[in-house]
Write a protein that binds this ligand. Sequence first.
Ligand SMILES: NC(=O)c1ccc[n+]([C@@H]2O[C@H](COP(=O)([O-])OP(=O)(O)OC[C@H]3O[C@@H](n4cnc5c(N)ncnc54)[C@H](OP(=O)(O)O)[C@@H]3O)[C@@H](O)[C@H]2O)c1
Length: 270
Amino acid sequence: MDITNRTGVITGAGTGIGRALAVEFGRQQGNLLLVGRRTAPLEETADMVRSAGGTADVFAADITEPGAVDRVAGAARARGPVDLLINNAGNVRAGRLEDLPEQDVLAMISLNLTAPILLTRTLLPALKESAANRGSILLAISSGIALTGLPFYTVYAATKSGIAHFSEALRREVHGTGVHVATAYPGATDTDMMTSSTAGEDLGFGRRPVADVVTEILAGIIAGDHEINTAATTRRKMQDLNKTDPLAVDALLAPRLEALETAVRTHRSI
Ligand SMILES: NC(=O)c1ccc[n+]([C@@H]2O[C@H](COP(=O)([O-])OP(=O)(O)OC[C@H]3O[C@@H](n4cnc5c(N)ncnc54)[C@H](OP(=O)(O)O)[C@@H]3O)[C@@H](O)[C@H]2O)c1
């Protein structure tokens, strides 16, 4: 895929993976609509995109609110043909299922699953229209947890495997239209989302630098990949084992359950 001169939307672009993706698309003369709730970090990203050689506008919105997705899509279409959509905004709340407040359960489902599905649904005609020459790019930022369900992340895992399967089904649905549907599966990455977790390398949560993760995501897009896994080696081994012998993964995790529960008890980015 040619990633130069892309025009479109990146959600959650004020920080972390979304910001780094925005800057990289900016470096490729991208023309971006940067979406998130807080204006200040989005403006900072917009400046970084401009310094990198691209153009950017900021659209502050909580994309889980009624009508917000339509407003984002309207603003995107008003800027011209859309050939890029990156559904990146996401949140997490860890903990034992029965201890998760209902509002946090719903917040994860709304942001990680419902909002990207609705935004994709609304912008898909525009992505198809722009796909004639060199294809459009539709990228979902899922998570390695979609490949190995981890304890104390039940709802987060449900949303991330949900969006991954949504992408797979849609990829088959839009076959031949020129819309390139890709899903990225980052493992633990050093961003704001992880600051409230104390789980580290010993528990399989060694964090990779954002720049490395985003470099791999973009390399995957350029190579025309549809499934882009940026997990660290130890986690990838567990993902492989989960495919062949899932109960062996249960056995591996069982002795570390208590330590993991303690380490992620405070993990919340909502
Ligand atoms: N970091 C990791 O270890 C990791 C691993 C696997 C997958 N991921 C995924 O990577 C994606 C990016 O996360 P990150 O690690 O870069 O964390 P992050 O820095 O917390 O980024 C999340 C972004 O989403 C935005 N956002 C949150 N709620 C929103 C809402 N209701 N409406 C619009 N925007 C909203 C936030 O900006 P505002 O607060 O200003 O709205 C923020 O910029 C997420 O989908 C996450 O699940 C992360």
